[in-house]
Design a protein around this ligand. Sequence first.
Ligand code: AGP
Length: 607
Amino acid sequence: MCGIVGYIGNKQAQPILLQGLRRLEYRGYDSAGLALWHDQCISRVRAVGKIERLAKKLKDQEIPGSMGIAHTRWATHGGVTEQNAHPHMALQGTLMLAHNGIIENYREIREKLGKDVSLTSETDSEVLAHLIGTHYNGDLRHAVMAALKHVRGTYGLVVMHVDHPDCIIGARMGSPLVVGVGEEEYFIASDATPILPYTKRVVYLDDGEIVELTREGIQTFTLADEVITKCVEEIEWDDEQAQKQGFDHFMLKEIHDQPQVFEDAIRGRLDMEEGTAHLGGLNMTEEEMRRVNRIILIACGTASYAGMVGKYAFERLSGIPTEVDVASEFRYRDPIIDENTLVFAISQSGETADTLAAIREAKRKGAFVRGIVNVVGSTIARETDGGTYIHAGPELAVASTKAYTNMVAVLLLYALQFGRSRRMTIATGQRFVRALQEIPQKMQMILDRKDTIFAIAEKYKDIPSCFFLGRGVNYVVALEGSLKLKEITYIHSEAYPGGEMKHGPIALLSPTFPVFAVMTKNQLYEKMRSNVEEIRARKAPLILVVTDGDDSAKEFTDDIMYVPPTMELLEPLLNTISLQLLAYYMAVSLDRDVDRPRNLAKSVTVE
Ligand code: AGP
């Protein structure tokens, strides 16, 4: 997704803006630009491609000035060209705008602007810049407010004007903006990562809010120009945490973060004595919890796979019928929802437009709507009526790893809490609590086996295609393993329930079509063994994830990833890590851009 950075203060703005854009690279982009106010004028430089190309252009023309805005663009309207890169200008270059989001009625606005406004780009954002320009009569904030009254769509935008050397205006509707409050310097960005090196004090804008940054401070307003007071929050992440800490890629660091951040997710939430979990953020009375007769888990991508594990857990532990909905489908299938339905929105970024749209629909229909989110203060966290932060820390690699296992952790805690408020016995609850407490060291055991996984990755890195198989919760492991492989190696793969192979996909098997199968010791082990034998009979290469001590697996294959035993519902917390490492090492061997894979964005803030 696009990224925005703005700065006003007492330092040279250019290096701060450039560094800020680099910190937003993980969001995915294809061009970048910045604009700086200096000597009674505004200079703009833009470039297609990576930030370094913009930096190179700037090397030849260092621009002074202590106020500016910058942008990374992920093309939605118009091709990847320098003309389409932000910031966009209006009023003969005296007004500059950078915009994230989609102006849905930009054609209508374009018509109204008339012929005397000539556009230099194909973007909806430039139309927005000109619309603000038509309302400008010396007061920048009011020009922005007046223009936005005519806009339908989403925006996170920053605007500056040559007449106002001490003012940046920001506005937010559907695309996040965070303001950083430093010492006599102020920042505005799409998320906190560009701000962290300078200050941990932030203000999160909400939809329909405008902010005015000056050298004296910030002031927030409604779109109707009413002054509003926002609290300054302290970010718990420090800058160091957001860096790679010695790993080659953010993704490898985040895979290795999992034991620690899993501990963070369960800390203070488990009750061994009662064999239950306590998640205060649920914000529901015992009576309301008892009234819940259906649970819907809404998410996208990897987060939806966490939801699938949650489905097994809620139904097995609490007996509450639970369904998982891909957010982009949910609102269009006319979901049956009432006041006894509990909807969880699961999201790492808390900004995924499909998920956000789905929860707004669920709220309209009267459900309890709660969030399971990583980014503190994100839109989904603030638009749900409670929920739980997963405490995975900053996840900067596009391919989600630690956020996934922490989403599963929180869903298991909720299932335990609901289970113990219904039919689950204290003894079963205590066994579950103990099994959860053992997970971090078992995760570490898998990470310590990475050399074996590296060797398997090297062996299979050149395959054109493959299957991932599993049964029960390990079918979800197969889905997530398949997505990880696709995302970062660009190798085609599909995941199937083990029992499905004989219903068609087995036709594809051959000595050059490998299958990764999860065959761990649980109630479905024998079933999975017979599926594995079907595969061996077709002479397809077979790579197995099996439980420590299961030496019989060697009869089937010599490529085995061993995992420690645990309760069946907790297996995704462990088995998935083997497949995360497999995908990572294959991608590195293939020299892929592991942290920023092609075509992908970390936070998909458009529908
Ligand atoms: C995960 O590896 C993917 N990058 C993607 O599927 C992601 O899980 C999905 O876009 C949802 O993002 P969210 O958790 O931030 O809502």
